[in-house]
Write a protein that binds this ligand. Structure first.
Ligand SMILES: NC(=O)c1ccc[n+]([C@@H]2O[C@H](COP(=O)([O-])OP(=O)(O)OC[C@H]3O[C@@H](n4cnc5c(N)ncnc54)[C@H](OP(=O)(O)O)[C@@H]3O)[C@@H](O)[C@H]2O)c1
Length: 186
């Protein structure tokens, strides 16, 4: 099985990569913006395609011949990220269809489409809906709240706030229900 891992330099992707390269029968390909992020040792075990996911040719090269793809991309640190992530998801699903990808595995956030939901969670929902809109590619959509761990962007934002503010009032979107798991193994 040929697998594409996007976001392999990120908080989730880095951890998943250590697991999937141990699986027998998987040919793993990474999509990375900078090939220097792939160590020499790792480069012997995986294939990598360098480029930005917003670039159509890069996406075609990354998705060509792939059976299953992990979609761990977001543009949260970029201006106008909601529009950007919408465009990225649409382009991704179009090219995945064209390349005959069988399945996309997407990790989104929590929340529902309602007025109190934050823009970030609405954007993650929109991405999930777009990725799930294909009749040719199956999308498996996992959802998680903030994953607690050093380097996780959402967690770092919360840590930063708690270090600076003795008391914090929160917007209504903070009422999003969440589940607590004692232990999460990815
Ligand atoms: N962390 C959490 O608490 C949490 C909770 C629930 C759901 N999730 C979901 O899990 C997924 C991954 O989150 P994360 O925390 O691992 O994110 P992250 O640490 O910010 O990593 C994002 C990854 O995406 C890559 N990337 C972003 N834009 C790209 C582009 N245009 N082209 C190519 N690569 C690009 C980054 O590459 P560079 O290294 O080049 O920047 C990085 O590898 C997201 O869908 C997020 O919504 C995360």
């Amino acid at each position: 099985m040929r697998v594409l891992l996007t976001g392999s330099t990120g908080f989730i992707g880095r951890r998943l990569l250590t697991k999937i390269i141990e699986e027998e029968g998987l040919h793993v390909r990474l999509l990375v913006r900078n090939k220097k992020a792939v160590s020499e040792q790792l480069a012997q075990r995986v294939e990598s395609v360098e480029g930005d996911a917003f670039d159509t040719e890069t996406l075609k090269n990354a998705l060509r011949g792939i059976d299953v793809c992990y979609y761990f991309l977001h543009s949260l640190n970029v201006e106008n990220y909601k529009q950007k992530d919408k465009e990225l998801a649409q382009s991704f699903i179009n090219i995945a269809e064209e390349m005959g990808v069988r399945r996309i595995i997407y990790l989104g956030g929590l929340g529902r489409e309602e007025p109190t939901t934050s823009e970030h969670l609405l954007s993650r929902l929109e991405t999930g809906n777009i990725l799930s809109s294909s009749t040719k590619v199956q999308t498996i959509w996992f959802r998680a709240g903030v994953i607690i761990g050093s380097g996780s962007a959402s967690f770092e934002i919360i840590r930063n706030l708690t270090e600076k503010l003795p008391v914090m009032t929160t917007p209504r979107s903070f009422q999003t229900p969440f589940l607590w798991t004692e232990e999460l193994e990815i």
